[in-house]
Ligand binder design. Structure first.
Ligand code: KG4
Ligand code: ZN
Length: 344
């Protein structure tokens, strides 16, 4: 099937963002995202609350996307939804909606792997845009609240995880340290902001000793906690007096752990193109460091626009386009999966 006159509706509901997007002939026409504020006071996403918010948001968000795209729902060729990985209750809301939508309009349903979608966010293009895109094969460092992966991307739908975290994800490390510092959830963006005014070398936190392409972030949270306990005993105002330096030093440690491993992978797989994706790719230090690493290793670096870093349905619709071209449709018994591999 050619991509002419193809309209894909994308639906994302894997965590705490409800999103719908429309892509027509490979150009993004609308990408509507409803964020959930209810989790702020809980220090993390509360799964039950997330599902309820998705239920409230899904219909208005889809309506808004169709309206913004200025299309009729009858013109939609297929609906692509996030099948997993993610929170099961959240995935069920988007999944059930997508399935009913495809059945009522008698159009194909397409299952999308959320992590694959983060990688393919690099190929999203708006009307009138022609972006430079990563050439295959490339390595993508996908860093979000739930995952930290180095992915060898051989083609749009052919990718392999070559390195992964054995415990916490990089985004989780940002969020957990932020929680220790009594910052609201999600802490990543706040740590990034506070770090801008701090000294990244003020405090030293050890890097983990794990396998060649493995990551580990649970020890960092513990060492920050013990370090602060000791300092606060000496000076109860330590955190408030040194917040910028603490954030900058933690961020420096997380980003250098990520860059060390990516450098090993570049040499191992001999690639000439590298990329970052996922929520943590919005981090200003990571965005700077990947360019430095690309210069050092003679690679070209790709950084996604901010709007496609955190969860969005544009990336889901983008994968939908590639799967539609391969007639890769879901069966009627398609159901969400909390855990999911690329090959499923
Ligand atoms: O991809 P995403 O929106 O959701 C998941 O699939 O997990 O990623 C969310 C994660 C959160 O942990 C959040 O703190 C982190 O991305 N994040 C950041 C920044 N912006 C978002 N972490 C560090 N610096 C940022 N600027
Ligand atoms: Zn995500």
């Amino acid at each position: 099937m050619s991509s002419k006159n193809i309209i894909i509706l994308g639906i994302e509901s894997s965590c705490d963002e409800t999103s719908a997007a429309v892509i027509k002939d490979n150009k993004l026409l609308a990408n509507i995202i409803a964020n959930q504020e209810v989790h702020k006071d809980f220090g993390g996403v509360v799964p039950e609350l997330a599902s309820r918010e998705h239920q409230k948001n899904i219909v208005p968000v889809v309506h808004a996307a169709i309206k913004k795209a200025d299309i009729k729902k009858e013109d939609i060729s297929a609906v692509a939804y996030t099948q997993g990985p993610g929170l099961l209750g959240s995935l069920l809301v988007g999944g059930s909606f997508a399935k009913s939508f495809s059945m009522s309009l008698d159009i194909p349903l397409i299952e999308v792997n959320h992590m694959q979608a983060h990688v393919l966010a690099h190929f999203i293009e708006k009307e009138g845009e022609t972006n430079d895109k990563p050439a295959f094969p490339f390595l993508c460092l996908t860093v979000s609240g739930g995952h930290t992966q180095i992915v060898l991307v051989k083609d749009y739908l052919n990718m392999e995880i070559v390195g992964e975290t054995i415990d916490d994800a990089a985004g989780e490390a940002f969020d957990k340290v932020a929680k220790i510092l009594q910052l609201p959830y999600p802490g990543g963006p706040l740590v990034d902001k506070l770090a801008k005014e701090g000294n990244p070398l003020a405090y030293h936190f050890p890097k983990p000793n794990v396998g060649e392409l493995e990551f580990s972030f649970s020890g960092l949270k513990t060492s920050v906690l013990y370090f602060l306990r000791k300092e606060v005993e000496k000076n109860p105002q330590f955190v408030s007096e040194n917040l910028n330096d603490i954030c900058a030093s933690v961020q420096f440690t997380i980003v250098s752990i990520l860059m060390d491993k990516l450098e090993i992978a570049i040499k191992k797989f001999n690639v000439k193109t590298i990329a970052i994706a996922g929520g943590v790719s919005a981090n200003s230090s990571l965005r700077q460091e990947i360019i430095k690493l690309a210069n050092k290793t003679n690679c070209k670096a790709f950084i996604p626009p901010f709007e496609y870093c955190t969860d969005n349905a544009a990336m889901i619709a983008q994968v939908g386009c590639y799967k539609l071209l391969e007639d890769d449709y879901a069966r009627l018994d398609s159901s969400p999966k909390a855990r999911m591999k690329f090959s499923e």
